[in-house]
Ligand binder design. Structure first.
Ligand code: MSP
Length: 547
């Protein structure tokens, strides 16, 4: 039975337009999912939209459409954004769907039956921009304005249903201590542990229905039409509701919830406690990455400086979507530190890793095979080494298997950037081998004994190592790798024309140097167009069309 793997992203508020932040998290999860499929895991990758926020009602009214129409329009925008980014999710959940709503009601009933949800009264500081209550301490620290939007907090008193969060604090702490990997990176775990030094209080999970139309949007509390389930509780359940079906149940618990640091508390504290109350197994890991900023400045509505979808599209149009994915995945805010989206850095990375790196190596090797062996891959010789420099060499099959092991180990820690760089390193090794063996010089001495064989060996080795490298680069650049495999007649895909069609075997077997799926001497290698053309750093950044 192949190992199952379940990865999720946050479900995004339909009120916002998709931007680099949403696209990054979903692309990151997509790269992990693609790598897992490549490893042969049965992978389920979930993304979607969070639609019951009060803002949906107010914005819909401003636009003179119904809340669901507004949600439909924007959910479609998110789908389009993830299609642009080439994210291959297994399902897209919308919290307004019946399949989700009915299960949420069932979960709440379960919690009422166990006494974990009860009716009480609540007074607290409400952050209207985030649709959440802040504790007195947090509100005071923030000078009674929203730490996110800067707008004033409002004091509210409500009759509410509460979740008995306080009852789960000790068990949660025990769980985190026993499974430190359940909150990553470490800085985020320490943040949660720090906050858990204060006692947890029970949290409201409903909102009273009033004459305010905003309070009439959302899932009703079971058997109480006077209350609706608070949007955050409704939203968190999506991870479970989507797979709580006969054919998907085995995917629970999730392996990773990928989120950013802004929503850590809900995922690392409220969610596991809800699950404990429901007596369900806990997710193995919540991974909270940091934030993208733009040209050194925080992105915000007031500055109007989001890297929006139009800008991302303009980059994808000029450089290719795989290049955009590569940049986001290798330079993004994967750890605890924010990352800067800067055009000059984009071009630098693009040229170094892709145009002058991967693409150039593929081209050089393809051109030489075309020129010296009429486009037919020559047979390797008896040498097994790759030359890295004047006195440095390594076994070529070892170089490949070590990189595969390094990439897989990095992926296990969700270090997607490191995993991709293990593939990038193999490309560098090929360049070093070319520089050290100088095949273009060998080609001028073909009449000397042994030289043709040596040249054949160099080119076979380079091509075969590049093929293995491309498997490790695939999670970031699926279409470019599929293109290379078609040109070199070595596709590991079930359908060579479709990068999403699945693999014929697992990564170790596929990547093995000279193995069953390796390049075959005598096979056709076509030169094809370069995968990535060099970019001129002096060119101005691609601009989104003015709408
Ligand atoms: N709807 C809630 C999540 C509910 S999950 C059960 C929500 N939605 S959101 O639309 O605001 O999305 C927040 C998420 O978007 C972040 O956690 C992160 O994944 C992504 N990002 C938003 N801005 C970001 C950056 N500037 N940088 C990186 N990612 C960020 O919160």
């Amino acid at each position: 039975m192949p190992k199952r793997f379940y990865i999720t992203t946050p479900i995004y508020y339909v009120n916002d337009r998709p931007h680099i932040g949403h696209c990054y998290t979903t692309t990151l999860a997509d790269a992990v999912a693609r790598f897992r499929r490549l490893l042969g895991n049965q992978t389920f990758f979930l993304t979607g939209t969070d639609e019951h926020a009060e803002k949906v009602v107010t914005t819909a009214a401003e636009r003179r459409v119904s809340p669901i129409q507004w949600a439909d329009t924007n959910a479609a925008e998110f789908r389009a954004a993830f299609a642009l980014m080439r994210c291959e999710y297994s399902d897209f959940i919308r919290t307004t769907e019946e399949r989700h709503k009915s299960r949420v009601v069932a979960y709440i009933r379960e919690l009422q039956a166990s006494g974990d949800v009860f009716l009480g009264e609540y007074t607290g500081w409400w952050d209207p921009s985030q649709e959440e209550y802040l504790t007195e301490t947090t509100a005071k620290e923030a000078n009674y304005v929203s730490p996110v939007s800067g707008k004033p907090l409002a004091q509210r008193t409500e009759k509410n249903y509460f979740f008995r969060l306080s009852a789960y604090q000790d068990r949660l702490l025990e769980h985190i201590r026993a499974h430190p990997e359940c909150i990553q990176p470490e800085a985020r775990r320490n943040e949660v542990l720090g906050r858990l030094r204060d006692r947890l209080t029970d949290v409201p999970i409903s909102r009273a229905v009033t004459s305010d139309p905003a309070s009439q949007w959302g899932i009703l509390m079971p058997d109480d039409p006077g209350h609706r389930i608070y949007v955050w509780i409704d939203a968190l359940f999506n991870y479970l509701s989507t797979v709580d079906t006969d054919d998907r149940r085995e995917f629970w618990p999730a392996d990773v919830h990928v989120i950013a640091k802004d929503i850590l508390w809900f995922h690392a504290v409220i969610w596991p406690c809800l699950l404990m109350a429901l007596k369900r197994p806990l997710p193995r890991c919540v991974y909270a990455h940091a934030y993208w900023v733009r040209e050194g400045r925080k992105m915000s509505k007031s500055l109007g400086n989001f890297v929006d979808l139009e800008t991302l599209r303009a980059y994808a149009d000029r450089f290719g979507v795989d290049a955009l994915r590569w940049y986001l995945l290798t330079q993004g805010p994967l750890g605890a530190t924010d990352a800067d989206f800067s055009h000059s850095k984009f071009v630098e990375v693009y040229n170094a890793d892709l145009a002058n790196g991967f693409s150039n190596s593929v081209n050089r090797v393809g051109n030489m095979i075309e020129k010296y062996f009429a486009g037919t891959l020559p047979a390797p010789g008896k040498e097994h080494s790759i030359e890295l420099g004047p006195d440095a060499r390594t076994d070529r099959a070892r170089a490949v298997s070590d990189s595969v092991a390094a990439a897989t180990a990095a992926l296990d820690r969700l270090a997607v950037d490191e995993s991709l760089l293990a593939g990038r390193r193999l490309v560098t090794i090929v360049d070093q081998h070319i520089n050290a063996t100088e095949p273009f010089k060998l080609a001028k001495r073909l009449d000397e004994p042994g030289v043709r064989d040596k040249l054949a060996d160099v080119l076979f080795t380079c091509a075969e190592v590049l093929r293995s490298a491309s498997l490790l680069l695939f999670p970031a650049m699926p279409d470019s790798c599929a293109k290379l495999w078609r040109a070199w007649n070595c596709s590991p895909l079930n359908d060579p024309a479709d990068a999403d069609s699945g693999f014929k075997a697992g990564l170790t077997e596929l990547a093995e140097f000279g193995g069953r799926f390796g390049l075959k001497p005598g096979g056709k290698i076509s030169k094809g167009d370069p995968l990535f053309m060099r970019a001129d750093p002096a060119d101005s950044p691609p601009a989104a069309p003015v709408s």
